[in-house]
Design a protein around this ligand. Structure first.
Ligand code: BDR
Ligand code: CA
Length: 291
């Protein structure tokens, strides 16, 4: 039976790749998309989620709109230089025909997990505000979830939104600290992984050769994204962030994992840094540490 997944997303070029990757994988049953600010503001993330489902001919999948701002601050703003003003490589697509659900993302997540305990995996590939709000409203989602597999954070490598922090976590560190601290299984597919998942120009060129609506769309939105990476990193091609979390859902044995307690820095120049306890048995766990 296909694994049920809710993707919490800020589409976003690499989010679009991840969503289509999941939709094209028979092992996964995408039961909803929830939108969040990050690469774009939340209303545009919602519209893009609806647009992507229409392109994929999967308008049957519901979209629930998420929070407009992080838990404790206002959203600092989108990143058009990475994903385009429209979050879709500046294609400026027409408005979607469908509407989001009448309930907010956090409520949708709670209702789905409550109705199908043990069956639904959360795959957040944007800032973690919706997941934290759902946890606050209904802590029992920890018991009901199958697993949380997220793209975000940087354990042992530098950040990409600041020298310290990765973009998704940096956008709402308080939310991320709640999500990592909750009593549920979280797998972080962070920059430690995704900066090693590299698509070269020849790989990218393949998207234009498949002749289906999803791969055509990706081939059209990738040039803007690729220009950002080639101008800012010593790279030809792109890093494949969000799809790496989907790849983990499909084939976890491709990945090496470590089991480390995790906290998130919420203040100072390290704001948004994910802090694993890597010191082994002699180091006190975060919960036993005095500050
Ligand atoms: C993450 O930030 C966003 O720009 C990407 O969509 C990805 O989720 C990478 O740091
Ligand atoms: Ca994303």
């Amino acid at each position: 039976m296909a694994r049920k997944v809710i993707i919490d997303t800020d589409p976003g070029v690499d989010d679009s790749m991840a969503i289509f990757f999941a939709l094209a994988s028979p092992e996964l049953d995408v039961i909803g998309l929830t939108s969040i600010f990050g690469n774009v503001r939340t209303p545009l993330a919602t519209a893009n989620a609806l647009r992507l489902l229409e392109i994929a001919d999967r308008a049957d999948i519901p979209v629930a709109q998420g929070a407009h701002d992080p838990l404790t601050r206002l959203f600092e703003g989108p990143v058009p230089f990475v994903h385009g003003e429209d979050g879709q490589g500046e294609l400026f697509l027409p408005a979607p025909s469908a509407q989001p659900l009448a309930i907010p993302a956090a409520q949708f997540i709670i209702e789905q997990l409550r109705a199908q305990p043990g069956e639904v995996t959360l795959a957040p590939i944007g800032p973690l505000t919706n997941i934290a709000l759902a946890l606050r409203l209904e802590p029992r989602i920890c018991e009901w979830v199958d697993e949380v597999v997220l793209m975000g954070g940087n354990a042992l490598v530098p950040g990409n939104a600041s020298p310290a922090a990765e973009a998704n976590i940096r956008n709402d560190p308080e939310a991320a600290d709640l999500v990592f601290g909750a009593d549920w299984p979280v797998t972080m597919v962070g920059l430690d992984v995704t900066l090693r998942v590299h698509m070269r120009p020849a790989d990218i060129a393949e998207y234009a050769t498949h002749g289906n609506a999803m791969s055509d769309h990706i081939s059209r939105i990738l040039p803007h994204y690729r220009r950002y990476f080639e101008a800012n990193y010593d790279a030809r091609g792109i890093f494949v962030h969000d799809s790496s979390a989907i790849a983990y859902l499909l084939q976890p044995d491709l990945f090496q994992t470590r089991r480390w307690p995790m906290r998130v820095t919420t203040a100072g120049i390290g704001r948004g840094k994910t802090l694993p306890t890597t010191g082994g048995q002699t180091l006190p766990a975060w919960s036993d540490t005095r500050w």
